[in-house]
Design a protein around this ligand. Sequence first.
Ligand SMILES: NC(=O)c1ccc[n+]([C@@H]2O[C@H](COP(=O)([O-])OP(=O)(O)OC[C@H]3O[C@@H](n4cnc5c(N)ncnc54)[C@H](OP(=O)(O)O)[C@@H]3O)[C@@H](O)[C@H]2O)c1
Length: 290
Amino acid sequence: MSNTVVVTGTSTGMGKATVAKFAAEGWNVVATVRKDSDLQVHADLPNVRTLLLDVDDEGAAESFARTAVEQFGRVDALVNNAGSYQMGPVEASSMEQIHQQFQTNVFGLIAVTRAVIPFLREQRSGVIVNIASLTAEQGYPYSAVYAASKAAVVTLSEGLSLELAQFGISVRTVLPGQHATRIFTKIDMAEGEALDPYRAGIEEFFGNNAPTGSDPSVTADVIHQAVVDADPVKVHYYSAPDSTAIPRAKQILGKEGYWREFREFVHGRPTPLWKTLTPSPGDKPVEWGL
Ligand SMILES: NC(=O)c1ccc[n+]([C@@H]2O[C@H](COP(=O)([O-])OP(=O)(O)OC[C@H]3O[C@@H](n4cnc5c(N)ncnc54)[C@H](OP(=O)(O)O)[C@@H]3O)[C@@H](O)[C@H]2O)c1
């Protein structure tokens, strides 16, 4: 019997690529989208059932989990991929925007996870993979709230992995580097006069750090690896060159040394050592309209 994976947020980007990867590997896939117009997005793939789910709706999580299990009779893996990007200085972001960022990236993810755990615990097996971000490793300017939400995903995954190991359930977190996806076309951007004092800093940062991004299939492969990995203890998976460099750079520079090098990079002054340790992804420039 084929294994079954549930993947959230699969209309585009890494979620869509992950559905394609698992389908190609012979898995049954329960994919979620949040718009009726996206229900056919995986229509050409075998063994994929697409359900509606807005992870912000915590009240829908339990009935969603039951429906997901009913599709193929069991669930072996959950990939919490759905996520959004709130951008702008903390001062200029509204508290509503900040709450919304955590609602989708953290609370929604937790609600879906809590609803699926009983099924995995009952069968005493399963893998949960939570999609974080390389920004969880250091707070980027003008994305600090997003980074904080992804840092929460990482520490949640660590603690949860220790709670669930006794039931034969593994919990992993994937930290992707920058990818060229539609998330950058849907940014929840801070607005208004409160932005004015920050405009020069924003221009400096983004002017000095032209966005590039890997193909979403790079991370789909890592997500698949995180699910099938026989290592019961491993939690952290880095994907794409700008993210896989982080553990190496931190090991060599130490935590404080890494932070100082990162600050220079943010201000457009990457040191030769930093450039060596964190090669530019170079895959292709981010096309904001992807
Ligand atoms: N792109 C990057 O550089 C990057 C780097 C590191 C981590 N990530 C993370 O990777 C994950 C996938 O992002 P992506 O880059 O592939 O972007 P994407 O193409 O925009 O995919 C995000 C998916 O999440 C869905 N989604 C958003 N809010 C949702 C909600 N409230 N309920 C259910 N689904 C929701 C989106 O649906 P709609 O189509 O309806 O909006 C979409 O299917 C996210 O968690 C993101 O934070 C991205």
